[in-house]
Design a protein. Structure first.
Length: 326
C-alpha cells in the first residue's frame, strides 16, 4: 500500500465525490457487494471514508463483528477521523462491549473536528444500555449541547418516562420544542413524539394523538410518529394479518390557475388486505385528498411475524398531470 498520507488531495477531487456517491447509493439500494467494492477502491486511494462505507455495508449484512474489524482497521490507519471512532463506539455498544465503546467515544471527542454533541448523544445511549435510564440521563445532563439541544432533550424525555417521571418528561420535551427552530423538522418531530408518549401515559389520549399527528405532518412518515400512533390504537395481530406494500393513487386539490395533478404514494402496513391498509392510512393524509385515495396495486412482503396491525412506513408523494391518467 502507498505511504501517502490518508485523506490527502484525492479527497478534494471530483473522482472522490463520485466514488462516495456511488458507494453510499449502492448501500441505500442494498447492493452490498458493490458498496464493498467502492469501499476497497476508496481505501486503495487512501480515503478513510472507505472504512466507514465498509462498516455500514457489513452492519446492513448483519455482520457487526465484520463492521468492528473494518473500523478498527480504519481508526488505526486514520486515527484523526472522529467519525470512525464514533461509529466504532456505536458498534461496540450494539454488541454490549461497553468498555471498548466508551474508549472509542473518548477518542472521538478528543479530536478537534469532532461533533461533540453527536458523540455525547451516542455515549448517553451506551450509558443507558449499560446502566439503565438513570445512567443515560446522567450522561446527557453532564454535557451542555450546542447544536443538538433538541435531540438531547428528546432522549432525556425518553429516559425520564422510563424512570416513571412522566410529568418531567413532558415538561422537558415542551420546553425544548418551544426553543426549536422552524427548520429543525426531525428534532421537532422527535420532541412531539415524546410529548405523545407522555400524554398517552397520562391518559390524555386526544392530546397524545394530536402531538403524534403533528409530528407526522412535520415529517411525513416519521417512523417514531407512526409508532406513537400505533400505540394509541393497539390491536392484537391475527393469522389473517399480513405485511403489505400498497401503492395508492390520489388527486391533489386543484389550485386556481394551476393544472390538475394526481399523485402516487406507497404505504408499508400490517393489515388483512390492501383496503384495510388504506383505511388505516387515510387519516394520515391531508383531509382534502382522503376521499380521492384508491388502491392501485399491492403485494405481500416479508416482515416481522409478530408486528401488530398498523402503518409502518409511507413514501413521499409522486405527482403527475392528472390528464395522463384519464
Amino acid at each position: 500500500m502507498s505511504d501517502d498520507p490518508w485523506d490527502g488531495p484525492f479527497t478534494e477531487t471530483e473522482a472522490y465525490f463520485s466514488l462516495c456517491e456511488s458507494g453510499f447509493e449502492a448501500l441505500a439500494e442494498g447492493r452490498l457487494d458493490r458498496a464493498e467494492e467502492v469501499a476497497a477502491e476508496l481505501e486503495g486511494r487512501r480515503a478513510s471514508v472507505g472504512f466507514e462505507l465498509r462498516a455500514h455495508a457489513r452492519l446492513q449484512a448483519g455482520d457487526p463483528a465484520g463492521a468492528i474489524d473494518a473500523l478498527e482497521a480504519g481508526t488505526a490507519a486514520a486515527p484523526g477521523n472522529w467519525v470512525l471512532w464514533q461509529l466504532l463506539g456505536n458498534c461496540c455498544s450494539d454488541v454490549e462491549d461497553f468498555e471498548q465503546a466508551d474508549a472509542a467515544y473518548e477518542r472521538a471527542a478528543s479530536i478537534d473536528e469532532a461533533d461533540v454533541d453527536s458523540v455525547a448523544l451516542n455515549r448517553a445511549v451506551m450509558a443507558s444500555r449499560s446502566g439503565g435510564p438513570s445512567a443515560g440521563l446522567a450522561a446527557l445532563d453532564a454535557h451542555e449541547p450546542a447544536h443538538l439541544a433538541q435531540r438531547h432533550a428528546a432522549l432525556a424525555s425518553e429516559y425520564l418516562r422510563e424512570l416513571g417521571r412522566t410529568q418531567e418528561a413532558l415538561a422537558r420535551a415542551k420546553v425544548a420544542l418551544d426553543q426549536a427552530r422552524e427548520d429543525q423538522d426531525d428534532a421537532r418531530a422527535l420532541l412531539l413524539v415524546q410529548c405523545s408518549h407522555a400524554l398517552r401515559e397520562m391518559n390524555r389520549r386526544r392530546e397524545a394523538r394530536a402531538a403524534a399527528e403533528t409530528a407526522h405532518s412535520i415529517e411525513r412518515g416519521h417512523p417514531e410518529a407512526l409508532h406513537a400512533l400505533r400505540l394509541l390504537d393497539p390491536e392484537e395481530r391475527g393469522a389473517e394479518h399480513v405485511p403489505l406494500r400498497v401503492l395508492v393513487r390520489g388527486a391533489w386539490p386543484r389550485r386556481e390557475g394551476a393544472p390538475a395533478q394526481g399523485f402516487f404514494t406507497t404505504y408499508h402496513a400490517v393489515a388483512r388486505d390492501a383496503e384495510e391498509a388504506l383505511g388505516r392510512a387515510r387519516s394520515l393524509e391531508p383531509a382534502e385528498v382522503r376521499d380521492t385515495l384508491v388502491v392501485e396495486e399491492f403485494e405481500v412482503i416479508e416482515g416481522d411475524a409478530d408486528a401488530p396491525p398498523g402503518i409502518y412506513g409511507m413514501s413521499g408523494l409522486s405527482f403527475f398531470p392528472s390528464d395522463e391518467r384519464g
